[in-house]
Design a protein around this ligand. Structure first.
Ligand SMILES: Cc1cc2nc3c(=O)[nH]c(=O)nc-3n(C[C@H](O)[C@H](O)[C@H](O)COP(=O)(O)OP(=O)(O)OC[C@H]3O[C@@H](n4cnc5c(N)ncnc54)[C@H](O)[C@@H]3O)c2cc1C
Length: 293
């Protein structure tokens, strides 16, 4: 069996390469847009993204590599999801998303904010899985990593980069953190986010958020929103503050080992999806937690 791994982060690339081996792949090809990955795969595919082009469009350069593979594992990033969808369409199949476990029977994924699970496979003989960080075991990754250049193939109607805006960099990556303090629309003012930052700092964790805090008011970078169209996090502790618990958000958080919710509405749906719930005003609860730690 042959596998193609597509990732944005070197550590997740290793994990997915390990996952491909666990599935029984005897040949693993790997492309990582976020840096060199050595000793993790048989082949390393170098896709040079031309200036002005988008990584999202890399699917077209990878069609031949995907066609040569039986299984394609794609890191569940925003760009990865675009690449996986386009590649699956080119292969005449569908991509299985939100995969939290890979098995020979298919990918186990969660749905409806984690209240349901199912195992699914792409139709046909080629499998395309979108897999989150932390799902596969990197220790199984191995290989000589023979380098191969892959020519860029521009899409028929490529998106054009019309400008670049430097984004605010965050101190810690929530996809890697053991503790994530996640802020939602319950935060009434941007400066109140400091309360979440203080708690995260005290716990050695990272900040994340629900989508309205990025795309609605632009208080935090889009890389930080958790959910079906954002990132998937798998921390030991997820503190959801001022988040109602809509399924589109929870699907990205429900693999956290422990979820604590802080919400002033005792009927908020999040209280049905958490291990511990605190009914109260986050403006009082978060500073109190920070002070108590
Ligand atoms: C196709 C699609 C994709 C989507 N993808 C995503 C996604 O990937 N990620 C995502 O997050 N969302 C996503 N959404 C949006 C999602 O449906 C919800 O609208 C969003 O998650 C709600 O964010 P929230 O919980 O922060 O806000 P709200 O639902 O408005 O909840 C705010 C909560 O804060 C509480 N609150 C208010 N004030 C306080 C206070 N002072 N102290 C404590 N609690 C307080 C309220 O009681 C309420 O429960 C998507 C929607 C669609 C249609």
């Amino acid at each position: 069996m042959k596998a193609l791994v597509i990732a944005e982060h070197a550590d997740v690339a290793r994990e997915l390469a390990g996952g491909a081996r666990e599935l029984g792949s005897d040949e693993v090809s790997l492309v990582c847009f976020g840096g060199a990955v050595e000793g993790a795969s048989d082949k390393v595919l170098n896709v040079a993204v031309p200036a002005g082009a988008l990584v999202d469009d890399a699917a077209y350069a990878l069609v031949d590599a995907a066609n040569a593979a039986d299984v394609v594992l794609v890191e569940a990033t925003r760009r990865g999801k675009v690449i996986a969808g386009r590649l699956a369409a080119k292969l005449g199949t569908a991509a299985a998303g939100a995969t939290v476990e890979l098995t020979a029977e298919g990918g186990r994924g969660t749905y409806f904010g984690g209240v349901a699970e199912r195992v699914q496979k792409s139709a046909g003989d080629k499998q395309v899985y979108i897999v989150a960080a932390g799902v596969c075991d990197a220790s199984k990754a191995a290989g000589a990593g023979a380098a191969e250049d892959v020519a860029w193939v521009a899409p028929e109607r490529a998106a054009k980069v019309t400008g670049n805006v430097e984004r605010q960099k965050t101190a810690a990556d929530p996809t890697k953190a053991d503790v994530v303090v996640s802020a939602g629309r319950g935060f009434a003012a941007e400066e109140d986010l400091q309360k979440a930052r203080d708690l995260a700092a005290k716990l050695g964790g990272a900040i994340a958020c629900s989508r309205p805090l990025t795309e609605g008011v632009n208080w935090l970078p889009t890389e930080l929103y958790v959910g079906v169209s954002g990132i998937t996090v798998t921390p030991k502790l997820y503190i959801a503050a001022g988040i109602s618990g809509q399924m589109q958000h929870m699907v990205g958080a429900n693999r956290s080992a422990t979820v604590i919710a802080v919400n002033k509405d005792k009927n908020a749906p999040i209280f049905k999806q958490c291990d511990f719930g605190i009914v109260g005003d986050l403006n009082e609860i978060l500073p109190a937690l920070t002070a108590a730690l």
